[in-house]
Design a protein around this ligand. Structure first.
Ligand SMILES: *Cc1c(COP(=O)(O)O)cnc(C)c1O
Length: 393
């Protein structure tokens, strides 16, 4: 069976004929808006981003080059900030982080998630308010935790009993307190439109709710004199286009939240629902906008809290790629173009560019699909079946 991205191609006289959805738009300069930053446009075949011609960028910086549109990233950060006005919005730095981006994120009023000593260093170097930083990870070392506590990081998302012990020791040694969230696994794993909900949690992150570990972690944090328990944290996956996975996870996490309140008499003030909001890589992807997400997620939580008879905690979310993804594109130079005859006589063209796994591992790692456009000339040629390939295996 041909891969899905070749579906619809028809053989005609030994040549492959493009399906109608792949035919050039009537306007050869048209860009599909969901795939590009908001300032990107094409005129006479020349792609311009943020008012700068991509051809000029290439003349200055060569290729491959990542182009990041500041106005677009700021606008996306702001739209999450505004749509989720009653939430705390943490930008998940692993999507893309450098000191400049950390600064923009802070200026737009968002908080920041880091998950390594390197990311924490970048954030602090950028002057990011440590009180607005969340520290994630399944393998935080003693030294990393000590540094996070020392720097006054706003929340540490604990991921194992060993880590709670380390953190207890560190806060006692330093005579400083630390705010803690307990990362739980709700048995929901979401990618794209589908999610899996099971009772088992065979994964490296978090404490299992069903096994009772999550409840015991809460008790252990409560027992530590200098650990302040903010609440529970759940992150279910990435490239999620449908809120039903969040709904199942929220139900399970809030049930634990209510159990803690009932059995321990502790009202945890916060709850984090993670990130993973899907973005468009091709015309097949249809992302939700932040306002729609905010409405759906608030409704889910309010409904569950009402059913459980608990107050709605202060909520936070952690969008990563939904803020930075569409703001970035990669620019390559086309080199070798090689036609290859397939079984049956049809021809596929291999278009080689001057990058590959070294600048974008996602295609090799996840079989991820992308879209591309010619950045420096107009073409009115018939579409051909082609693969854009990198330099590596
Ligand atoms: C990766 C990650 C995110 C962000 O995921 P996106 O798909 O980029 O939105 C949020 N929270 C945690 C804990 C993560 O690991």
């Amino acid at each position: 069976m041909p891969p899905s991205h070749e579906a619809g191609w028809a053989h005609a006289d030994g040549a492959l004929k493009a399906p109608s959805w792949l035919r050039p738009p009537t306007d050869p300069n048209a860009l599909v808006p969901t795939l590009w930053s908001s300032t990107a446009h094409k005129a006479d075949g020349d792609l311009t981003i943020g008012g700068v011609a991509v051809a000029d960028l290439v003349a200055d910086f060569m290729t491959p080059a990542y182009v990041l549109d500041e106005a677009d990233l700021r606008a996306r950060a702001r739209s999450f900030r505004d749509a989720f006005a009653t939430f705390d919005v943490f930008y998940a730095g692993k999507a893309f982080l450098c000191t400049t981006v950390a600064r923009w994120i802070q200026e737009e009023g968002l908080c920041l998630d880091v998950c390594s000593a390197g990311e924490l260093t970048v954030a602090l170097k950028a002057g990011f308010d440590p009180g607005r930083i969340g520290y994630h990870g399944n393998n935080k070392t003693y030294a990393e935790l000590r540094r996070a506590v020392d720097a006054g990081v706003g929340r540490i998302i604990v991921d194992s009993f060993a880590e709670i012990e380390r953190l207890t020791q560190i806060t006692d040694d330093l005579k400083r307190s630390a705010n803690v969230m307990v990362r739980v696994t709700a048995g929901v794993e979401a990618h794209t439109h589908e999610y899996i909900a099971t009772a088992h949690e065979d994964q490296k992150f978090g404490f299992s709710i069903t096994s009772g570990d999550a409840f015991r972690a809460v008790e252990q944090v409560r027992a530590a004199k200098r650990l302040e328990l903010l609440g529970l944290h759940s992150h279910i996956g990435s490239q999620i286009f449908d809120s039903s996975g969040f709904e199942v996870a929220a139900r399970r996490v809030l049930a634990l939240h209510a159990r803690v309140s009932e059995e321990l008499g502790v009202t945890m003030p916060e709850l984090d629902l993670g990130g993973g909001f899907g973005i468009a890589y091709t015309t097949q992807d249809d992302p939700s906008d932040p306002a729609q997400l905010a409405t759906e997620m608030s409704k889910i939580v309010e409904h569950e809290c009402k059913a459980l008879g608990v107050d709605v905690p202060r909520l936070s979310i952690e969008p990563g790629r939904a803020i930075v993804g569409p703001s970035v594109c990669t620019v390559y130079t086309v080199g070798t173009v090689k036609p290859v005859t397939l079984d049956g006589g049809a021809v596929r063209t291999y278009v080689s560019v001057d990058g590959g796994m070294s600048d974008n591992i996602r295609t090799a790692l996840y079989d991820a699909d992308y879209s591309c456009t010619l950045a420096n000339r107009e073409s009115d040629a018939e579409p051909v079946l082609a693969r854009v390939v990198g330099k590596h295996c």
